[in-house]
Ligand binder design. Structure first.
Ligand SMILES: NC(=O)c1ccc[n+]([C@@H]2O[C@H](COP(=O)([O-])OP(=O)(O)OC[C@H]3O[C@@H](n4cnc5c(N)ncnc54)[C@H](OP(=O)(O)O)[C@@H]3O)[C@@H](O)[C@H]2O)c1
Length: 339
């Protein structure tokens, strides 16, 4: 039985647009394999405002920014927008706030209270809102999913949720920030820090404010997401020892590369002796080829987990792009509606 789902896009930047392109490209598979049809009935951003069209927007006009021509309705805020667009699923892809997770948490709260599934790529909302949003979703019989928040699309949360019951996670490490990788490799090749930032921006992989990448906030927030969700330890970004990549000179980076131990921005977290708190850090480290994270290049991301049932489990996402992040959101959509 084909079911039609109305979709709301809250945030429509690099990731939101990549997702809109992806659901168009995957329409046939969604219909044939999952009996899913869809239309986009709501789009909201700071610049556009709160737009809705109950009969569905033309996705092509959304992507070519000719939205005004399709005469959408305008709401004054999230609750009115949800009432107007009546989405079954909302994709929240607004910018990272590493201090409070807002306003994304308020948005996702309203989404779940309105009876929609909530899917986000926004790690700030998960760090600061995970417990409350998960409870709200469970009470409403809806899903709150966030697979794209740590390794773009590589399965982490669904892997633990579906296939690793009753394991205890003792420690993890990761290369979680592709922008830093791209900058470091650009500088190793003799170009400047600013050229590296520009290259990452052109790939669409930086945070809205790239300082959140280079100063280690993105990786720090990802450490907290993993700690909160997989270890049930409410780690805050301020509790992670954090050093970004700004102080790495071209000379130092090139020397490390020649030595065969290039720098990466490495995140680590380990249960303390008491088993109830974590020692966590994000800082540049030199990694050799035998290190479990040593071969992570370019935009690639990796997480290495130490579990009571497995000494080491490494997940690497090789050179993900915006489409990969979008795929994580689309996979969450399919998993949310299939029950
Ligand atoms: N890019 C990636 O590779 C990647 C990968 C994984 C996760 N993420 C996460 O995905 C999210 C989006 O990333 P992006 O690259 O798409 O960022 P982006 O291109 O900067 O887009 C952000 C979008 O959110 C909107 N927005 C920001 N604050 C808002 C607010 N308070 N209310 C309503 N709309 C708001 C922006 O609207 P205006 O433009 O009108 O201000 C824009 O449409 C971030 O949380 C990021 O951490 C990104």
């Amino acid at each position: 039985m084909i079911k039609h789902y109305k979709l709301g896009f809250l945030g429509f930047g690099n990731v939101g647009r990549a997702l809109a392109r992806l659901v168009v490209a995957k329409s046939a598979e969604l219909r044939e394999l999952y009996e899913i049809e869809w239309s986009i009935t709501g789009v909201a951003t700071r610049g556009l405002g709160w737009l809705s069209k109950p009969e569905g927007f033309q996705t092509s006009s959304l992507l070519t920014s000719s939205i005004d021509e399709s005469s959408p309705d305008r709401s004054i805020g999230i609750n009115e927008w949800l009432l107007a667009a009546r989405p079954d699923v909302v994709f929240e892809t607004t910018s990272l706030n590493h201090e409070t997770g807002q306003p994304a948490i308020d948005y996702l709260t309203a989404v779940l209270k309105s009876g929609s599934h909530a899917v986000t790529a926004n790690k700030g909302a998960v760090v600061f809102g995970y417990d409350d949003l998960s409870k709200l979703a469970a009470d409403a019989g809806k899903r709150f999913f966030f697979e794209s928040t740590v390794l773009d699309s590589a399965p982490v949360f669904s892997l633990f949720r579906e296939t690793l019951p009753a394991v205890k996670l003792r420690a993890f490490s990761g290369v979680f920030n592709s922008t830093s990788n791209v900058i470091i490799e650009t500088m190793e090749a003799g170009r400047s820090f600013d050229e590296g930032v520009k290259m990452a921006q052109e790939l669409g992989i930086t945070e809205t404010d790239p300082a959140h990448d280079v100063d280690g906030w993105d990786a720090t927030v990802k450490v907290c997401v993993l700690a909160n969700v997989l270890m049930k330890i409410p780690l805050q970004p301020s509790e992670v020892r954090r050093e970004g990549i700004r102080n790495l000179s071209t000379q130092r980076l090139q020397a490390a590369r020649s030595e065969g131990k290039p720098y990466k921005l490495v995140a680590r977290a380990k249960l303390a002796e008491n088993g109830a708190s974590l020692n966590a850090s994000v800082r540049p480290e030199q990694l050799g080829p035998s290190d479990s994270l040593g071969n992570v290049r370019g935009t690639s991301l990796a997480a290495h987990f130490e579990l009571d049932m497995m000494p080491g489990l490494t997940i690497t996402s090789h050179r993900p792009g915006l489409q990969s992040t979008a795929y994580g959101l689309m996979a969450d959509f399919i998993n949310a509606v299939k029950g």
